[in-house]
Ligand binder design. Structure first.
Ligand SMILES: [Zn+2]
Ligand SMILES: [Zn+2]
Length: 557
């Protein structure tokens, strides 16, 4: 074998080592075929040198070929310039799969590959390019195309493991190489999400071929695992994910479910959806997912036996259920499923979330939305924030979502005290547009309903707080408080904090006290109970006081 490798008359390796001829390679079909054969022999021998102890000695002559592999791959890889494919006519020779295979073999040799990549960083660029463009190389779905896609996914995963993951001993320089090259090849953050959509659509199309059913299952897992890794890199995080990306993933997963052999491909899809919906600032991604029909998807999946072992389905269902406390999400749900939400009031206690939880919450929230927000019935439900009457029956909400007014005069009377809490940018609860005014109102209504349901329990918890002796004893030594003492009252106010970040089986609450400054404080026993909400939209979590309070007596049932 050694003799064979050293023998320069060996056609394949001799051609690999030689310099490329001037002029276009399209006219050199024979040479191209020999080069491709050379790449294949390189891959086979490298593989052999790793698996068989007898061939270990071949590793170093193979490494000596790396620069030549790179030189030819750079010339032969398909490049799209001005919408024209260079060397497309050569694609039939299996160029792409041979290049990918030799890159794969090269990169598996991590110890030597890493320094090589730093010196010849174009290879990293090629790897990303071959991965990004795999849906474009061919229009005919066959096992070879699928294998090409799979290898290109694997190469990027190996690169990530070698250059980014902490376990792989990656340095800051390694990470920069990976991230800079990926950013360069992909173009923009948005383009990465377009690539996700294109690749997912392509694989879904391939999955329709009967002959590929078995092979595609593992490709789905690798595809989604890679994407979850890539969108998790802070440089590629977006505050919004395009609706087309989410629609592609939902639709591909739905196609997977149609056949027993491909069903497993739907599980990692939900994992990616979970990542896409949790990484953005708002509930916008969740709305896109609901619009694309994600409920039907989780409905099929949560009944599957695998979902017991796979926590990602249950996690996503929890996210979806918490989303149903937001007007945007429930509106999308009603829009998509109108009358077809299957009723399921008896959700079995399985210890994990299932579609039945979504169905129960969606029908409750849908009914609440229809009866309060749609007909503006909420306008009669809340009281004007101005303390002095008389008031009109109906109220409006301030754009900051921190106050209700029944009239312009009430708003003017209250303006002076409200200015402090009214957010200057007028976005609800100062969350910079992450939730809409309708969301804020719906949260108020849902929390109102929750407190109503749980009034007796909350009442018991409030009495254990011993608020009666709570008129705070002022600390005489504190000069700041001394100054205010003439007109000020520091009082202890009871607060019911309702957490709607996880609503299965229901939202949860805790009762607490806070010390507030009330210039015209009523006697301790009649200080109203304030309400606070802990909410989450995408990756944003926030705690806000709601613009209404309860008289202490409300809870004395
Ligand atoms: Zn009023
Ligand atoms: Zn306001």
């Amino acid at each position: 074998m050694h003799a064979l490798l050293k023998d320069h008359s060996n056609l394949a390796f001799h051609a690999l080592r030689s310099d490329p001829p001037p002029g276009p390679l399209e006219n050199q079909q024979e040479l191209v075929i020999v080069i491709v054969a050379g790449l294949d022999v390189f891959s086979s021998i490298t593989n052999l040198s790793k698996t068989s102890p007898l061939c270990r000695g071949l590793q170093s002559p193979m490494r000596a070929l790396w620069p030549h592999i790179l030189k030819w791959a750079a010339l032969l890889r398909p490049v799209q310039t001005r919408n024209v494919w260079r060397h497309r006519s050569l694609a039939g020779c299996g160029i792409i799969s041979s290049i990918l295979e030799s890159y794969y073999m090269l990169m598996c040799d991590t110890t030597y590959a890493k320094p090589f990549l730093h010196i010849n960083n174009t290879i990293v660029e090629h790897a990303f390019e071959l991965w990004k463009l795999y849906p474009r190389y061919t229009t005919s779905p066959n096992s070879e195309t699928l294998a090409t896609a799979n290898t290109s996914i694997w190469i990027v995963r190996i690169l990530h493991r070698m250059l980014v993951q902490h376990g792989g001993g990656a340095t800051a320089e390694d990470r920069a190489l990976f991230i800079d090259k990926l950013a360069h090849v992909v173009g923009s953050k948005r383009a990465l999400y377009d690539t996700i959509a294109r690749q997912t659509d392509f694989l879904a199309e391939m999955g329709l071929q009967r002959t590929l059913h078995d092979a595609i299952s593992t490709v789905w897992t690798d595809h989604y695992d890679l994407l979850i890794t890539l969108v998790g890199i802070p440089r590629f995080a977006r505050s919004k994910v395009p609706a087309t990306t989410i629609a592609s993933v939902v639709s591909a997963a739905t196609k997977c479910l149609k056949r027993r052999e491909t069903r497993y491909g739907a599980f990692p899809a939900v994992k990616l959806l979970n990542a896409l919906c949790s990484m953005v600032k708002s509930n916008r991604s969740l709305v896109h997912a609901v619009d694309a029909g994600v409920f039907d998807l989780v409905r099929s999946l949560s009944e599957e036996r695998e979902s017991i072992e796979d926590p990602s389905i249950s996690d996503f269902i929890r996210l979806l259920c918490a989303g149903l406390y937001h007007a945007q999400v429930i509106r999308a749900f009603v829009r998509r499923h109108r009358d077809s939400i299957p009723l399921s009031r008896t959700s079995k206690a399985l210890g994990r979330a299932t579609w039945r939880d979504v169905a129960r919450l969606a029908s409750e929230a849908g009914a609440m939305y229809a009866s309060t927000l749609k007909g503006k019935a909420w306008q009669c439900q809340f009281d004007c924030s101005n303390t002095m009457g008389p008031h009109n029956r109906r109220v409006q909400i301030c754009p900051c979502a921190n106050a209700f007014y029944c009239s312009g005069s009430c708003q003017r009377m209250r303006r002076f005290t409200h200015l402090d809490s009214c957010c200057s940018d007028e976005s609800p609860w100062g969350l910079h547009g992450i939730i809409s005014l309708a969301d804020a109102l719906f949260i108020c209504i849902a929390v109102w309903a929750y407190i109503d349901r749980n009034a007796a329990i909350i009442g018991r918890e409030l009495s254990s707080l011993r608020l009666n002796q709570s008129s705070l004893r002022l600390n005489q030594s504190s000069p700041r408080i001394k100054q205010r003492r003439k007109c000020a009252q520091l009082v202890k106010q009871a607060v019911v904090r309702v957490d709607i970040t996880d609503v299965l089986p229901d939202a949860r609450h805790e009762v607490d006290t806070r010390t507030v400054y009330m210039p015209d404080a009523p006697p301790a026993g009649s200080i109203p109970v304030a309400v606070e909400v802990v909410l989450r939209a995408g990756k944003t979590s926030a705690t806000r006081f709601l613009p209404f309070t309860y008289p202490r007596d409300y809870f004395k049932h």
